[in-house]
Design a protein. Structure first.
Lengths: 270, 286
């Protein structure tokens, strides 16, 4: 991992310490939706350059949790967030921080593949670049680079200008990953990225995760414990909006410290 | 015959009766539609020729001549109406769909729905008082404004409905790419709903192209090429109205032919509208 010596200072805070690119720290994160509290004070360090899995039964708040990490939760009417999320030591919820800037650095892939239906494969990957005013040549390079990173290039290079909706579900999801990677984020959040996919596509995405972790901080929500065990360096177990346990994946699955974790991973509930 | 079989027979009979009833209703519903098209075609076609489409009207009593000025006039007035109403309607639709989850939004929505139901003659009187009397003349502009007033609420609500059909996941995907909200709306939401919005506009145009009452009070008519948009202008519906109410057979026949032309124009718009949605149906409210 390289350490940060960034030439451009961050937009809000002066940086006094040195942080790893893409390191996240969550402090006392609470979130509610329509008056119902979903996250009840979560504090954890998400290491840079690793895969962190978030597991837990349905409705435990894992989706809300990752949606708070790129300030997407607050977009929904009736949603509230409090607490701090520090990206490289800098609170993304500090007053004056533009959520748009946050989301350029913290990308997201959703549960169901959601390519833009009116756009071609190429346009989909380039969608986030046009916004940032990239020129044609740089965009073309970034599109190819992103599609290669998402392990999709060989499958689509001859039909870049065909509609994205013609791809299979698994390809569409990798397209969405390429689209998120194209804007060069440092953190990539994934909300159950394989839950709508068949086993072969799932395997491809998991392989991709393991490859990508060298370059990005990855946070993967999954309801599939085997998936967490396969891809994650560290795993967090959420239950009822609380962080029950968080540690190295192997440890969490083999010698959980909390009784509830043990019950969950042995399949006693959830 | 046991009870089971009797019941089955009764059910089959009931089913056949219900089917026959539904089919008969459908046939009845189609009678006025088909007969309208049939009459317009059979009465209109004989009077339709190239001169009818390209020449100016002749004085009463003379045969020949055409309604070229009214065809152009209809295009001008409807064009003016679209020029005014499409930007306003689409803009308001975007507001309602993206930012209208509040009291102002509900109010605008309610007003738009009420406006949609206002009889077109009332719109005509409104423009007559506000525009025609102020300018002290009937004009194409006044006609266009009257049709625009009718179109705006329709375009607004169609745009809103179409934008609402764009799934939340697409908006979130755009936001997650670090796009500002206005870019998400213009680049992704509007783009995804483009076909539906264009269809809505086309249908609104097709609808107002046949409006007569408001035009009688605003753009009136004339027998010549129009001289600018601040002048009276002939339009197909008004020509049809005035020709059909004369006692002259020749003019009556011309009214049928003009109806045919108008019908063809409106049908073309509707067909084009379908093209843009790839045959998908769009809710049409009015």
């Amino acid at each position: 991992m390289e350490t940060v010596t960034r030439s451009t200072p961050p937009p809000v805070l002066e940086r006094s310490e040195v942080f790893l690119i893409g390191s996240l720290r969550v402090e006392g994160l609470e979130a509610s939706y329509g008056g119902r509290q979903i996250l009840k004070g979560i504090t954890m360090d998400i290491p840079a350059g690793a895969v962190t899995a978030v597991i837990g039964p349905s409705g435990c708040g894992k989706s809300t949790f990752v949606r708070c990490l790129n300030r997407l939760h607050e977009v929904v009417p009736g949603a509230r967030v409090s607490g701090r999320v520090l990206l490289e030591g800098q609170d993304i919820y500090a007053p004056g921080v533009d959520p748009v800037v946050v989301r350029r650095r913290i990308g997201m892939v959703f549960q169901r593949p959601n390519p833009f239906p009116t756009m071609t494969i190429y346009q989909n990957v380039a969608a986030g670049l046009r916004v940032n005013g990239w020129d044609r040549r740089r965009t073309a390079e970034a599109v190819e680079r992103s599609l290669r990173m998402a392990a999709l290039w060989d499958e689509v290079k001859d039909r870049l200008h065909q509609p994205a909706t013609g791809l299979s579900g698994g390809q569409q999801q990798r397209l969405c990953i390429a689209r998120a990677l194209a804007v060069e984020p440092d953190v990539l959040l994934m909300d159950e990225p394989t839950s709508a996919l068949d086993p072969v596509s799932t395997l491809k995405i998991e392989e991709l995760l393991i490859e990508l972790r060298q370059r990005f901080t990855l946070v993967v929500v999954t309801h599939n414990m085997q998936q967490a065990a396969r891809v994650a360096d560290r795993t967090a177990f959420l239950l009822d909006g609380e962080l029950v346990e968080f540690g190295p994946t192997a440890e969490l699955f083999t010698m959980p410290r909390d009784r509830r974790t043990e019950d969950y991973i042995t399949g006693r509930f959830g | 015959m046991n009870a089971e079989a009797r019941r089955l027979r009764w059910r089959r009979l009931a089913s056949a009766l219900a089917l026959a009833g539904a089919a008969a209703s459908t046939a009845l519903a189609l009678v006025p539609l088909i007969s309208t098209v049939y009459f317009v075609l059979t009465r209109g076609l004989p009077a339709l020729n190239l001169a009818f489409l390209t020449q100016l009207p002749r004085p009463v009593g003379e045969t020949g001549g055409g309604v070229a000025n009214a065809i152009v006039g209809s295009l001008v007035v409807v064009g003016l109406a679209s020029l005014v109403s499409v930007p306003i309607g689409v803009g308001a639709g975007i507001y309602l769909s993206e930012f209208g989850r509040n009291r102002l939004g509900s109010l605008v929505r309610f007003v738009a729905d009420v406006l949609t139901g206002v009889p077109s003659i009332v719109v005509g009187i409104f423009i007559y008082i506000t525009v025609v009397l102020t300018m002290k003349r009937f004009s194409a502009l006044a006609g266009g404004l009257a049709l625009a007033v009718i179109m705006v609420p329709v375009v607004t609500r169609t745009t809103e409905e179409m934008l609402r059909l764009v799934p939340v996941t697409l908006r979130e995907a755009g936001l997650a790419l670090g796009a500002p909200y206005w870019r998400v709306v213009t680049g992704i939401v509007l783009r995804s709903a483009r076909g539906g919005i264009i269809t809505g506009i086309m249908l609104a145009i097709a609808r107002v192209a046949g409006e007569t009452a408001p035009l009688l009070l605003t753009s009136l008519s004339n027998n010549f090429w129009h001289r600018g948009i601040t002048d009276q202008i002939a339009t197909l519906p008004v020509i049809i109205f005035s020709y059909a109410t004369t006692p002259y057979e020749d003019l009556n026949a011309k009214a049928w032919a003009a109806s045919l032309v108008l019908l063809a124009m409106v049908l073309t718009m509707s067909l084009l509208a379908r093209l843009f949605t790839g045959g998908r149906r769009v809710v049409w409210r009015r």
